[in-house]
Ligand binder design. Structure first.
Ligand code: HEC
Length: 322
């Protein structure tokens, strides 16, 4: 049998046995030098060198460099632990490629030998290989383009910043608001003063309850689909979103936020989140496109009234959880 074919079989076969059989069997162990994954990798490399020497294969340099190059790729993608980000992988592989190239281009003969199969494919006698490669290339480019454009439904690897730092000012309906010191214009007195009130009974008698009622109407017209009719984030559409809609009952959401923060978040929604909260894409709509400024303030008032939380205020840094 042709020596090249024997070499390829031993190379691919040895790699497959190593990768699917031996490596997974030994690597889950604790790190120590005998159980070290890099030791196994070195053994694989020795195996490659050994069968080449023992069988005196002397593979052509193009094949040899391809094997070395793939070995590097295998090391960086599967052996190196913990895994490295792909930007680093590209950097390392560039260096590895340069190293491999230096090796094949060390003198004229090796370089010509390395080029020969490539030239033969492009212009020479390897006709079938040429047809296959020139048919596969456009397909490959097409597939790569498709892959990069097709949206991914996997969770981003970055951690999500749930409550990013708000901007200093925000412009809603043509008016610029400085968030620092911004108050809810509909908050009349202390919300505890109304704790025995009911929206439908006291809306006519008490101004505060009137705004709460209006806010409640806005909430049930717009927000409960996602945030739930008990404001617990379990609205009927909530289950399809990641991140899930905020649970306002939870002490980790509106209870520890200022109303001005909510004003900004409700007005600008997911699209208005700063970069630190991306690439997670929030389904929260930018409500300035649908609600008036007053309506935004009223729905915020309702959320605090319903949950019993007090918004964090400016003079009291320790939040208002009693
Ligand atoms: C399409 C679903 C959807 C609707 C409808 C919706 N929200 Fe949201 N909302 C979300 C999601 C998802 C989040 C969590 C991700 C984020 O912070 O952007 C969120 C977050 C929020 C937050 C931020 C809470 C926090 O802890 O930072 C507030 C406030 C809020 N929503 C208020 C509202 C109000 C008020 C309405 C109605 C006017 C509303 N939402 C309607 C999906 C929705």
């Amino acid at each position: 049998m042709n020596k090249v074919i024997i070499g390829v079989i031993l190379y691919v076969g040895g790699w497959a046995v190593f990768h699917y059989g031996l490596f997974p069997m030994f690597t889950p162990r604790e790190f120590s030098w005998v159980f070290n994954r890099y030791v196994y990798f070195l053994m694989l490399v020795f195996y490659f060198i050994a069968f080449n020497l023992i069988l005196k294969l002397k593979p052509p340099i193009s094949l040899n460099s391809l094997a070395v190059w793939l070995l590097g790729l295998y090391f960086y993608t599967a052996i190196l632990f913990p895994p490295i980000p792909w930007t680093l992988l590209i950097t390392y592989m560039m260096l590895w490629s340069i190293g491999t190239f230096l090796y094949v281009s060390q003198d004229k003969e090796t370089f010509q030998e390395f080029r020969r199969p490539i030239v033969n494919v492009v212009t020479g006698e390897y006709k079938i290989a040429r047809y296959i490669i020139f048919a596969a290339l456009p397909l490959l480019v097409g597939w790569a383009t498709y892959e990069s454009i097709y949206p991914s439904f996997a969770e981003p690897v970055e951690l999500r910043t749930v409550h990013p730092a708000p901007p200093a000012t925000t412009k809603v309906h043509g008016k610029t608001y400085a968030l620092e010191g911004l108050q809810n214009p509909f908050r009349k007195g202390e919300q505890d003063d109304y704790k025995d009130s009911f929206p439908f009974l006291d809306a006519d008698k008490q101004e505060y309850m009137k705004y709460v009622t209006e806010g409640g109407t806005i909430f049930f017209e717009n927000c409960h689909f996602c945030h739930g009719d008990q404001l617990n984030g379990l609205g009927m559409f909530s289950h399809v979103f990641n991140p899930t809609p905020a649970n306002f009952i939870d002490p980790g959401t509106i209870a520890m936020l200022r109303e001005s923060f909510l004003f900004w978040r409700v007005a600008k929604g997911g699209p208005g989140l700063p970069n630190e909260s991306t690439p997670w894409s929030s389904a929260m709509p930018p409500w300035e496109e649908h609600l008036k400024t007053d309506e935004i303030w009223k729905v915020i008032l309702f959320e605090y009234w319903y949950t019993g939380w007090h918004p964090r205020t400016f003079d009291d840094e320790s939040s208002s959880v009693e």
